[in-house]
Design a protein around this ligand. Structure first.
Ligand code: GAP
Length: 464
């Protein structure tokens, strides 16, 4: 299948089937803002729950937090975001479009011809390469000067809209963890190495949002901050690099060949990082960051200590000295992970001469785990099917459908990634069993009705 077309197909599928659609659509939409519909929220919640289980339940030294989106404005001065969280902005003077300067294409044509005088008096000419940036919209290279544009959204707290009332929508969830770190360590009786995990919204006034839900101004992050002794930073950096890479391929289920690690160069490093890696995924539009793993050293806690005047040091029982722990951060985008998963699992195959759209989502992440269908709308079949549906829905998100041909009902489930279709037919009345059809292989098996709940539990569980 041609992967370059997947984005358009996914956007259409997402709208058609209620995964994701444009925010405020009846008013023409709001650029880069998206609403997660009935299936989208199920899928997003399943990914969030997977991450939460993996990062908290499976580590006795990692605990959770849900911090406020609005924080004291001094937090963002201390973190460096007020001074430095900006992108270079440039305007095209011809068509008035606005871009990030570092993302503009470069014109490398031999546009200018340099002329000079030869010793014999004749004119010499040399075509010169000209590395000029130009507007990708209209082609003009008549651009404004570059200005630094801060990406934080500002708002006002309380009724007075003056500079004293400015607060920011958090651009990362991390800072909520840092300012609470010592309190949490104390109440949960944790000593390094320990971690604090959080899932929540973050906001960035991106100059060039795009690629559907890949880069948006409002998005969700899943971040875990791991507090370690300064001498152990390298060891834990390697540990988490390995763990997170493994998670993305084995737990989230992304194809291994579409994942790679990219180490940040000196130039790419964020102001807070000593070393940083991106786990990149090969999206249909190219390799791009999925998740970051950063060694933030003692930068954040030192700065918060300085700005708040409160000690953020931990007492080391061995050396009897106080120190500021180093932080290894794993920072993944929840909404971006969902996009990667949908891109990875979108497929088309041919069934009985027709193209079938199938979202091959891992069963543990699929929004609907199984659909229950009576073969016919009569002869007592709907009643048996509905009974089974009512039993199954106590444990999982399942779906019941009596309308349309059985083939059509299967297709509708295939394209939203439902891994199993359970059909009640005339034989079911005789032998109290049903047919289970596998979405991916189309294999069918027969199972007795009373065994189906347990069978489903086992077949949608992630092996750990
Ligand atoms: N606390 C560190 C931090 O925020 P980041 O690399 O800027 O690091 C981490 O962001 C992750 O958040 C990214 O890998 C990406 O998955 C997600 N992310 C960042 N900006 C985003 C945006 N505008 N839209 C969607 N996801 C975004």
């Amino acid at each position: 299948m041609d992967r370059t077309k997947i984005m358009d197909k996914l956007v259409a599928l997402s709208k058609r089937r209620g995964f994701v659609f444009q925010s405020s659509e009846i008013y023409g939409g709001l650029n880069s803002c998206w609403d997660y519909g009935p299936l989208g929220i199920e899928l997003k919640n399943n990914i969030a729950q997977l991450w939460w289980d993996e990062m908290t339940w499976w580590h006795e030294n990692i605990v959770g937090l849900d911090a406020s989106i609005l924080m004291h404005p001094r937090v963002w001065e201390a973190s460096g975001h007020v001074a430095g969280f900006s992108d270079p902005l440039v305007d095209c003077k011809t068509c008035k479009s606005r871009f990030r300067f570092d993302q503009l294409p470069i014109d490398q044509t031999e546009a200018q011809v340099r002329t000079w005088k030869l010793p014999n008096g004749e004119k010499g000419t040399t075509p010169q390469r000209e590395d000029r940036k130009y507007c990708p919209n209209c082609g003009s290279s008549d651009l404004s000067d570059v200005r630094q544009f801060n990406l934080m959204f500002k708002t006002f707290m309380g009724p007075v809209e003056d500079s004293a009332a400015i607060v920011y929508l958090r651009p990362e969830t991390a800072q909520g963890i840092y300012v609470n770190a010592l309190t949490i360590a104390e109440v949960m009786r944790l000593k390094p190495p320990f971690g604090i995990a959080q899932i929540g919204k973050a906001f960035r006034n991106e100059i060039t949002p795009g690629n559907f839900i890949f880069r948006t101004r409002e998005f969700e992050q899943m971040e875990m901050q791991f507090f370690v002794k300064p001498t152990e930073d390298q060891k834990w950096m390697e540990y988490w690099l390995d763990k997170r890479f493994q998670y993305n391929s084995e737990k989230l289920g992304l194809s291994k060949e579409r994942l790679r690690l990219h180490q940040h160069t000196e130039k790419e490093l964020a102001h807070y990082a000593k070393s940083a890696y991106d786990i990149e995924y090969e999206f249909p539009f190219g390799w791009s960051e999925l998740e970051g793993i950063h060694n933030r050293t003692d930068f954040d806690l030192s700065r918060h200590e300085e700005y708040s005047g409160k000690s953020l040091k931990i007492f080391d029982e061995e050396t009897k000295e106080k120190y500021i722990p180093y932080i290894i951060e794993t920072s993944a985008g929840l909404t971006r992970s969902m996009l990667a998963l949908m891109c990875d699992k979108y497929d088309e195959d041919e069934q009985e001469g027709e193209i079938r759209v199938v979202l091959r989502l891992p069963p543990h992440l699929a929004p609907i785990k199984a659909a229950v269908f009576p073969l016919m709308k009569k002869d007592g079949l709907p009643e048996i099917a509905e009974n089974l549906y009512r039993t199954l829905r106590k444990r999982h998100k399942v779906f019941f459908d009596v309308t349309g041909s059985i083939g059509k009902r299967y297709r509708r489930m295939d394209e939203i990634g439902t891994p199993f279709g359970i059909t009640i037919d005339y034989e079911s009345k005789e032998d109290q069993s049903a047919t289970i059809r596998y979405r991916d292989t189309l294999q069918q098996i027969r199972i007795s009705l009373d065994k189906i709940p347990e069978w489903l539990d086992q077949n949608i569980a992630l092996e750990r």
